[in-house]
Design a protein around this ligand. Structure first.
Ligand SMILES: Cc1cc2nc3c(=O)[nH]c(=O)nc-3n(C[C@H](O)[C@H](O)[C@H](O)COP(=O)(O)OP(=O)(O)OC[C@H]3O[C@@H](n4cnc5c(N)ncnc54)[C@H](O)[C@@H]3O)c2cc1C
Length: 371
């Protein structure tokens, strides 16, 4: 059986491994640390949100939202996705203009969306602060357990014959003619690539493909906070905000997850991230400003240990290696690559096996940054 090689054991790599084996193809996945140790791991859950997404990603999230509700059945595990609905809260009257335009666009693109006034918002979220004057509501959005999903994809691939190697870091790609023929690992071993190579190592993709392509990518350590239990958790939906850097989720055991894009500090030497006290305090202050009953909230877990890659225009770069017929790569998810992964993985496999770039991936080509 032709063996395809995957670099990276996050949701992208594990979902591609599962998709390849589902189609009867053999594959080997190399993961530098452990499965779900990168951006696809860490505390709490991830938002599966169409609301507020870049229009280029809407076709992907539409496909993904068809997959999420029954994904656990396909992977043979307990439910992973909860349809909580998403509310993008508005406090400044001027933000209603963008919200109106977004609601119209999202509705046209097949994402049921509604602009709510102050009272309607309170009917859905009674504990919201008085300054909130409206919201964009997407009832089909939700949340999913990222670590469990990534591991479930990996386990399903393994059960179907994939070889998953942890603690193996890919180093150099060896190209002969127009094909990648092998990948050298940090310990000097060489892994042959008989079929296709999928470079899905997120924060390491830029360096891995650097000999062929200068990608405008950089890495940041996003902050995620998990509170001590509180009773009651004051919100019911996945919560976002029009102008505050804020995302709120209700977690198991009456805990609150606070994130949204505030940053920690990355220590390249130790390969780990640390939170910054002022950023933790600012994230909590924003949460309290929107839900006053969170005042006094105690934070039990403050994490910034999961690097994410970013691109200049806020959407990923998904492409083939130039001049190489059997290698695709994807990175630059910009903090929202999780929710679309169940749609992106089958498209990447289509591209590799059929040779044709799927139309839904065309907006993410690296060429958009060329002169
Ligand atoms: C705090 C936080 C909150 C987020 N919230 C959301 C959200 O609400 N909604 C959403 O849609 N997205 C969210 N995201 C983004 C989302 O989690 C990521 O876009 C997604 O998980 C990326 O998956 P990946 O498989 O590409 O990368 P990763 O999960 O980072 O996996 C890449 C893997 O490659 C491995 N690796 C690195 N170098 C090598 C090498 N040389 N050889 C072999 N393996 C290597 C790494 O160890 C890692 O396990 C969030 C991200 C963070 C950090």
């Amino acid at each position: 059986m032709t063996e395809h090689l995957i670099i990276g054991g996050g949701v992208a790599g594990c979902a591609v491994a599962r998709e390849l084996t589902r189609r009867g193809a053999g594959c080997r996945l190399l993961e530098a640390k452990t499965i779900a140790s990168g951006a696809s791991g860490g505390p709490g859950r991830r938002g599966v949100r169409a609301n507020g997404r870049d229009p280029r990603e809407i076709p992907l999230i539409r496909r993904a939202r068809e997959i999420w509700p029954s994904l656990h059945e396909a992977l043979g595990v307990a439910p992973l996705f909860e349809r909580s609905g998403h509310l993008l809260l508005i406090e400044r009257p001027e933000d209603r203009l963008e919200a109106e335009a977004r609601v119209a666009l999202q509705s046209r693109m097949g994402i049921p969306s509604r602009l709510l006034g102050k009272e309607e918002t309170r009917e859905l979220e009674p504990a919201v602060g008085d300054a909130v004057c409206g919201a964009v509501h997407c009832p089909d959005d939700g949340v999913a357990d990222h670590t469990a999903t990534t591991r479930a994809y990996g386990e399903a691939a393994k059960a179907a014959g994939a070889v998953i190697e942890e603690g193996v870091a890919a180093g150099r790609l060896i190209v002969e003619g127009a094909r990648v023929v092998a990948v050298e690992t940090a310990d000097g071993a060489s892994h042959a690539v008989a079929g296709h190579l999928f470079v899905l190592a997120n924060s390491a993709v830029r360096d891995l493909v650097a000999p062929w392509l200068e990608l405008p990518l950089w890495n940041l350590a996003f902050q995620a906070l998990l509170s001590a239990p509180i009773d009651p958790v004051p919100f019911r939906h996945l919560i976002g905000h029009a102008h505050r850097t804020l995302s709120l989720k209700a977690e198991a055991g009456n805990r609150v997850m606070i994130s949204g894009g505030r940053l920690g500090r990355w220590d390249e030497e130790r390969r780990t991230g640390m939170t910054i006290d002022s950023e933790v305090a600012a994230n909590v202050a924003d949460a309290v400003a929107v839900y006053p009953s969170l005042a006094g909230l105690e934070i039990e877990v403050a994490d910034a240990g999961h690097l994410e890659s970013l691109s200049p225009d806020g959407v990923p770069i998904i492409d083939r290696l130039p001049g190489v017929e059997n290698a695709v790569f994807a990175a630059g998810w910009c903090g929202h690559g999780w929710a679309i992964a169940p749609a992106v993985a089958p498209l990447l496999v289509d591209w590799a096996l059929d040779g044709e770039q799927p139309a839904a991936l065309a907006p993410f080509a690296a060429g958009r940054f060329s002169a």
